[in-house]
Ligand binder design. Structure first.
Ligand SMILES: *Cc1c(COP(=O)(O)O)cnc(C)c1O
Length: 477
């Protein structure tokens, strides 16, 4: 496909209006604003533009095209109505410097969203400021650091399970903690006896995802909380994916002290493309004073900004990605408590359905019921020279986005892993056609391995040299 610049024809324009409609006026364009030869805009007609961008949009694959089973990512369909609501003029044009009294409605949404999230998670107060999950983690661990500093007893270590999302150790290290790894047991949960050994009074706490990043619920969570709390530590909950818990379990009840949620995964904001997101952070009572400031509060006169006394300060400009907050608020209210619970139950049933139907073809990494995502492996196809990478590439020929692969990557449980998350918005028919494709691919792996190794065959570009594609992207072909 040509670039739009290559479709440019000197003098071609995108509109036609009678020449005598307007009087000619002359304007002095300052030097810096004059078009530069190199940056000339393409000269194209309106249909040229429409067709160019329509063609480009068809080269891509998104959640509006079909199943996007990317584990640990919750690529679900988000109702378009929530986009419309976030785009209402009063939200869209609210100025971040507007005095509180002129934006009471916007503040009310932030406040009430916080209250709804408190109810969903069992926390006491939310900051809407962080712009992504990893940003929420950094915010949360900085709060933990300040909590110990304010007691005059700084702590220096943070425990992180080997199954954790890579952002957890990164956030801890950025906040100045030394990361200590705790191994998983054969059921995919935290190894309790090892945790008991490493938890000490220089350890600020433990960052945990539950269900963890392999889609398994750690049944020892109360025990884990006990071990950490008994040494004065705090529990951080990585709630990036809340899909399995909505209306079923509240992290606050399980002993977590501070958490973040990815509104852009679970709560109706499309993602995967770099934002905007919202990694909102919730704190239990003892930690509210450390939340980033300002936070939205309410008194008899209305809504106002408050600056928590021991706040870690600002973590970004203004108050967060407001449009994401509006979408989350609208989604929660439109689902209702029962609807949220059904969403969680459906996502868990979907993942277990896929697991049950595929386990004879792709050996599961763990032999147990999963939560909202399941981990299979492609290890038995290695003897045919087929890797998990080839299996996922071949899925594209059947019209599906590939799942997350080679994650989790810790041995001995994980080898050639395929992590599938079929969210609640997917119908049984969609799941069945995905399952059918996966089974067909498992047969092809035995009989026609070459077909897989050269896949995809049906996409605008075929198999890429992935290392080269990252280092030397060719955005034009
Ligand atoms: C996605 C994810 C994150 C990171 O969220 P970002 O918004 O991409 O920064 C952190 N933890 C888990 C478990 C995740 O799935």
């Amino acid at each position: 496909m040509k670039l739009i610049y290559e479709k440019s024809v000197k003098g071609r324009i995108g509109f036609s209006i009678p020449e005598d409609s307007f009087d000619e006026i002359s304007v002095d364009i300052p030097e810096y604003a004059k078009p530069h030869k190199e940056y000339d805009l393409p000269e194209v007609s309106e249909p040229d533009v429409v067709r160019h961008f329509t063609k480009l949009s068809k080269l891509n694959y998104g959640v509006d095209d079909g199943l996007y089973p990317l584990g640990s990512c919750t690529m679900k369909y988000n109702p378009k109505i929530n986009e419309k609501l976030a785009n209402l003029d009063n939200f869209l044009y609210a100025h971040p410097f507007a005095p509180e009294r002129y934006v009471q409605g916007s503040l009310q949404i932030m406040f009430e969203l916080g209250e709804l999230l408190n109810e969903i998670t069992g926390m006491d107060k939310f900051s809407m400021m962080p712009a992504a999950g990893a940003h929420g983690e950094l915010t949360g661990v900085l709060m933990i650091r300040k909590y110990f500093e304010s007691k005059g007893k700084p702590r220096h270590k943070m425990i992180i399970p080997d199954s954790a999302h890579g952002t957890n150790p990164a956030s801890s290290a950025m906040a100045g903690f030394r990361v200590v790894e705790v191994k998983s047991n054969e059921r995919g949960g935290v190894d309790i006896s090892e945790l008991e050994k490493i938890m000490d009074e220089d350890t600020a706490g433990l960052m945990l995802t539950n269900p963890n990043t392999v889609g398994l619920f750690d049944e020892n969570i109360l025990k884990i909380a006990d071990i950490v709390h008994s040494k004065g530590g705090l529990l951080y909950y990585d709630g990036a994916n809340l899909n399995a818990l909505l209306g079923i379990v509240r992290p606050g009840d399980a002993g977590f002290d501070v958490l973040h949620l990815n509104l852009h995964k679970t709560f109706s904001t499309p993602h995967g493309g770099g934002g905007p997101g919202a990694g909102v952070v919730g704190a239990k009572k003892e930690l509210i004073e450390f939340l980033p400031s300002p936070i939205v509060c309410k008194n008899e006169k209305g809504y106002f900004f408050e600056f928590p006394k021991n706040s870690i300060g600002r973590v970004r400009a203004f108050y967060g990605n407001f449009s994401v907050l509006v979408k989350a608020y609208a989604w929660i209210l439109s689902m209702g408590p029962q609807g949220l619970r059904e969403a969680a139950e459906t996502s868990i049933i979907n993942a277990n359905y896929v697991l049950a139907k595929l386990k004879d073809y792709y050996k599961p990494a763990y032999d147990r019921t999963c939560m909202h995502e399941c981990v299979l492996t492609g290890k038995e196809y290695k003897k045919y020279g087929v890797k998990t990478l080839d299996i996922s590439k071949r899925l594209m020929d059947y019209g599906f986005h590939p799942p997350t692969i080679y994650f989790p990557h810790f041995e001995p449980y994980a080898e050639e892993t395929i992590m599938i998350e079929p969210p609640e918005s997917e119908s049984k028919e969609t799941l069945d056609s995905f399952i059918k494709a996966m089974i067909k691919i498992s047969k092809e792996a035995r009989t026609k391995p070459e077909l897989l190794k050269e896949a995809p065959h049906s996409t605008p570009v075929g198999r890429l040299d992935e290392v080269k594609a990252v280092k030397n992207p060719k955005l034009h072909y």
